[in-house]
Design a protein around this ligand. Structure first.
Ligand code: AVI
Length: 322
């Protein structure tokens, strides 16, 4: 492979069926639309804007941790690894590690082909010594690391605390797949958001500028623009709150009146205050996440946290327990 080439692997992930998922989600009780549908072009822009909000601490805290501890993380991992980033997007967080970690290869895995190719080409231009692979796939696909990297240690990288968007049982299944992918000597470097004062959590998902509200409400624009849904303007509002008993932030679109939403002649009726549940974001204590990791076959090797214990970056090793 020439140093500035990107090796592209297209696993041709199946396109989402937005229409079917919405009809199904609105037909069930409680009503729910999967959070993956937040991320059209506008939704992705709004998410980037959320990350800039003063109240939304996770992104900047994780970036600071990766910057500050890059050398320590690199020492822990050791030389000559293959870094495999899940949901690599713009690969911005991986860049924070490259100078210290000096991996032999980087594999960015993302479902969005154009974005992935663009980001990985830029990477290979900026880091000419790095072998860059782009894998277009979704997480449900079995991912194999190219055979010629057998000698190298495999490190999965899953920043962003997106593990919190899975229910705990789903998170375990997902992490089991990662353990399988990296193999018995492999590791997972993961960003995990921590339990904390509820006011901080509630503020992070109810920013004063209303960006998170816009992000949530953008889902309704998608329903209208892409599925021809009909409903009154202002019929739903953003709601986000910390559910202490389940240890998660919940996001909902809540009806502001008795109203209806119609798609393809199918009418869904809402009473004032009824909700469409759009996202869960689980928050973990360090002990809770350690227990979750163990269920998935990982041991916690090291945890890096900020001074206020808002966020953690954790290095997990595939456990060799019988
Ligand atoms: C992508 N994910 C980790 C974000 C979160 O915090 O759960 C998505 C988000 N939803 C509202 N604000 C940010």
């Amino acid at each position: 492979m020439k140093n500035t080439d990107v090796k592209f692997h297209d696993l041709a992930p199946q396109a989402n069926d937005f229409h079917a998922d919405v009809i199904k989600g609105l037909s069930n009780q409680p009503r729910m639309i999967p959070p993956k549908y937040f991320y059209d072009k506008r939704g992705s822009e709004l998410f980037d804007a959320i990350c800039e909000q003063q109240e939304y601490y996770p992104t900047r805290t994780e970036i600071s941790l990766l910057q500050y501890y890059a050398r320590e993380i690199a020492e822990r991992i050791g030389p000559d690894c293959i870094l495999v980033e899940l949901g690599s997007g713009a690969s911005e967080k991986a860049r924070l590690l490259f100078d210290a970690l000096k991996p032999t290869g980087y594999m960015g895995i993302d479902i969005s082909k154009e974005f992935l190719l663009d980001a990985t080409k830029k990477l290979s231009r900026d880091y000419p010594w790095l072998e860059v692979h782009a894998v277009c796939a979704d997480f449900s696909q079995v991912l194999e690391i190219p055979k010629h990297y057998q000698e190298q240690q495999h490190i999965a990288f899953y920043p962003g605390s997106s593990i919190g968007n899975f229910d705990p049982d789903e998170a375990v299944i997902f992490m089991e797949q990662i353990a399988e992918m990296v193999g018995p000597e492999g590791k997972l470097l993961i960003g995990v958001d921590l339990k904390k004062d509820e006011d901080i959590l509630n503020a992070a998902y109810n920013d004063a500028a209303g960006i998170t509200a816009e992000f949530n409400l953008n889902l309704l624009d998608r329903l209208r623009n892409e599925l021809g849904a009909e409903f009154e303007d202002g019929a739903f509002m953003h709601e986000a709150f910390y559910n202490g008993s389940d240890g998660r932030i919940e996001m909902h679109l809540v009806s502001t009146k008795n109203t209806a939403l119609t798609i393809d002649g199918k009418t869904f009726r809402f009473h004032l205050g009824d909700s469409i549940h759009t996202e869960n974001t689980y928050k973990y204590s360090l002990d809770e996440f350690e227990a979750l990791a163990r269920r998935a076959g990982f041991d916690v090797e090291q945890v890096w946290t900020d001074r206020k214990d808002l966020f953690s970056v954790q290095l997990l090793a595939v456990s060799n327990r019988p």
